[in-house]
Design a binder for this molecule. Structure first.
Ligand code: ADP
Ligand code: MG
Length: 622
């Protein structure tokens, strides 16, 4: 027998999609408060929200006549027809949050509009009205939801421990506060004030309040616009890279969104700054015309679809890359105080190498930005160095004869601030190579600093930049290998290679199909020549290629990735280097836009200040 379900059952079923856990309900209630124009929103939960959720706002309130209707399924004041979705300026539009929450909890609402003298108190439990009365109330709305899923025990079983649910709500509240810095949020968990924001509109202040001082000090502002799309917010420096994607926060037209396309675009922009299996920290607001984004793809409204998705991801990647590359990000050995206390001597510990690899927040010296040029390209002043001028010269130093490629310093645009800064004759002359350590690192003295350069990372970086430059200028040079190297591939390798054959060829590889899954490698890009045998080089690239899912990336990104792999493979192993070669390497490294990280995001140079060294020897006590 087929029968129509009653309204309460329909709402309970719908609630399954909208309210799966306390955090979903809180999200809906907070979005309603934001839509109501609130400037202050307080959220309180008890037992992870399961026994109590309370959301209080100072928004426009609900008129007495509308209160009951607000709890009807598909009742909304925000749209009247489907096309309104494409000019939507509110977070809500489905008209099913209040009805869903009321279907699975005991709900009480107290609300008053500006125009009314008294407010309304309305109680609805499991979808059934139990009270409707006039009460005195401040302007705005308070919604209390108690005993979530009290009437749907089967659903209740799917709830996690109160602590877990509470932490989901806390995450959500952080996102809400970051997405709307103009609203003062307060979050109380089990009577404990967890955080509050000031609502001054200052996003950085919110980052400080939510994530703390160290993180707030390690972010770079971004604000870029293109064809009606705007990306603004903060990017974390590489020193604060995370182990997961949970700190890649995107707010699309004020809505917190988790989206693979956005994440990939962001990560692509960070490519040179993030090591494998690490992810950036970023809090980004993306504003796009409302008709370009479809918000109606999921009941929880956490996913969207974009119309110009290619253009959008290229815009994000480009903007992020531009901001990061304009910023000096030299990994510093100086640890923060907390770490300092946790451990003993500098060189005593085994995990030292690992720690060195993790870039730390740059000191003011590293963060020095050029703030003023008195005469163009003559004197530059930088933060952190007080009044010490960087004297500029028109002619950059000539690189050694054997090192002259089309990447010579003279080719660098004179206006590139980073190049100017380090390539000043004064600066370069002050680099003193002290010697080599562990066959891998070079110790270099520079002013009041000790630099440690990883020769492989540096070499990899220089090769990569040269290769990409030739590629972009359509001036790829192939060095022929004679005799050709014949490689027998596994079928997986063979298939993989077929998919990227064109990319390899454009980068300067000459590959011929030999039949029966064998290929002949006849030539390799000239920048990779001589470093490793063609055979190992190519096998290494294929190995790395097989570990990565490149097929769904855009062609440009794939090319850069493969070039990066090639360079990594080409400098593998402990190749001995003479001081002269290191000098040349350093020369070239310093001309690069981002000399500080190899294409795989590993640092090329780390530094230690005299201050740090003095401190280690207890010459300075603080
Ligand atoms: P939607 O937000 O999709 O419109 P909801 O079920 O969340 O649907 O809310 C229904 C209606 O109730 C909203 O359209 C709005 O008019 C009203 N409403 C809900 N919460 C509030 C609030 N905190 N302040 C003012 N009005 C509210
Ligand atoms: Mg809503």
């Amino acid at each position: 027998m087929i029968r129509e379900l009653d309204a309460v059952t329909v709402d309970q079923i719908a609630a399954g999609e909208v309210v799966e856990k306390p955090a979903n309900a809180i999200k809906e209630m907070v979005e309603n408060a934001i839509d109501a124009g609130a400037t202050h929103i307080t959220v309180e939960i008890e037992d992870g929200g399961i026994s109590l959720m309370r959301v209080t706002d100072d928004g426009e309130g609900i008129a007495p006549d509308d209160v009951r209707r607000a709890f009807l399924r598909h009742a909304t004041s925000k749209i009247t027809q489907i096309n309104d979705l494409y000019s939507l300026h509110t977070l809500g539009f489905r008209g099913e949050a209040l009805s869903s929450i009321a279907a699975v909890a005991r709900v009480e609402i107290i609300t008053r509009t500006q125009d009314e003298l008294s407010g309304i108190r309305y109680c609805i439990e499991g979808g059934r009205e139990v009270l409707y009365e006039e009460v005195g109330a401040p302007r705005g709305t308070t919604i209390i939801a108690r005993n979530l899923f009290y009437n749907t025990p089967a659903r209740e079983k799917f709830l996690r421990k109160p602590q877990t649910e509470g932490s989901h709500v806390a995450d959500l509240m952080e996102h809400m506060a970051l997405s709307h810095p103009e609203i003062a949020f307060r979050f109380v968990n089990n009577h404990v004030d967890r955080f509050h924001t000031a609502g001054t509109g200052d996003l950085k202040e919110n980052i400080y309040r939510i994530y703390g001082r160290d993180l707030a000090a390690a972010v770079v502002p971004i604000d870029c616009e293109q064809n009606g799309m705007r990306l603004s917010g903060y990017l974390g420096e590489p020193s604060v890279n995370r182990g997961s994607r949970s700190y890649e926060l995107f707010f699309v037209n004020g809505r917190y969104i988790r989206d693979k396309v956005l994440s990939m675009a962001l990560e692509e922009g960070y490519r040179e700054y993030v090591m494998q299996h690490k992810f950036p920290f970023a809090v980004l607001s993306l504003t796009v015309p409302t008709d370009e984004v479809d918000v109606n793809v999921h009941p929880s409204k956490m996913e969207v679809r974009f119309r110009r998705v290619r253009e959008l991801s290229a815009f994000i990647t480009g903007a992020v890359h531009e901001v990061l590359s304009g910023r000096e990000m030299l990994a510093d050995v100086l640890r923060d105080e907390k770490e300092e206390q946790r451990e003993g001597l500098l060189f005593a510990e085994e995990n030292e190498a690992e720690r060195y690899a993790i870039p730390h927040r740059a000191e003011p010296f590293e963060q020095m930005r050029i703030v003023q040029t008195t005469k163009p390209a003559e004197k530059l002043y930088a933060y952190g160095l007080k009044e010490t001028p960087f004297i500029m010269s028109d002619s950059a130093p000539e690189p050694p004869e054997h090192q002259r490629t089309e990447m010579t310093t003279a080719d660098q645009p004179a206006t590139d601030p980073l190049t100017e800064r380090i390539l000043s004759e004064t600066g370069r002359e002050e680099y003193r190579i002290l010697g080599q350590l562990f066959d891998t690192y070079w110790l270099i003295a520079y002013r009041d600093r000790l630099l440690l350069m990883d020769q492989h990372a540096a070499h990899e970086k220089v090769n990569y930049e040269r290769m990409m430059k030739r590629y972009h200028e359509h001036a790829v040079i192939t060095q022929l290998i004679d005799p050709a190297v014949v490689l027998n591939l596994t079928s997986a390798e063979y298939d993989l290679l077929q998919g990227f054959l064109e990319v390899f060829q454009k980068l300067g590889f000459e590959i011929e199909d030999f039949g029966d899954r064998a290929i002949a490698l006849r030539g390799i890009p000239t920048d990779l020549y001589g470093a490793a045998s063609g055979q190992t080089l190519f096998k290494d690239i294929l190995d790395e290629l097989s570990e990565e899912q490149l097929s769904d990336r855009d062609p440009q990104a794939v090319t850069m990735r493969i070039a990066g792999m090639a360079c990594k493979a080409s400098v593998k192993g402990n190749t001995p280097m003479t001081a002269e070669e290191v000098n040349a390497l350093l020369d070239e490294l310093l001309t690069l836009e981002n000399p500080y990280h190899c294409p795989h995001g590993r640092p090329t140079i780390i530094t230690m200040s005299k201050y740090e060294i003095d401190k280690r020897f207890k010459r300075i006590v603080d």
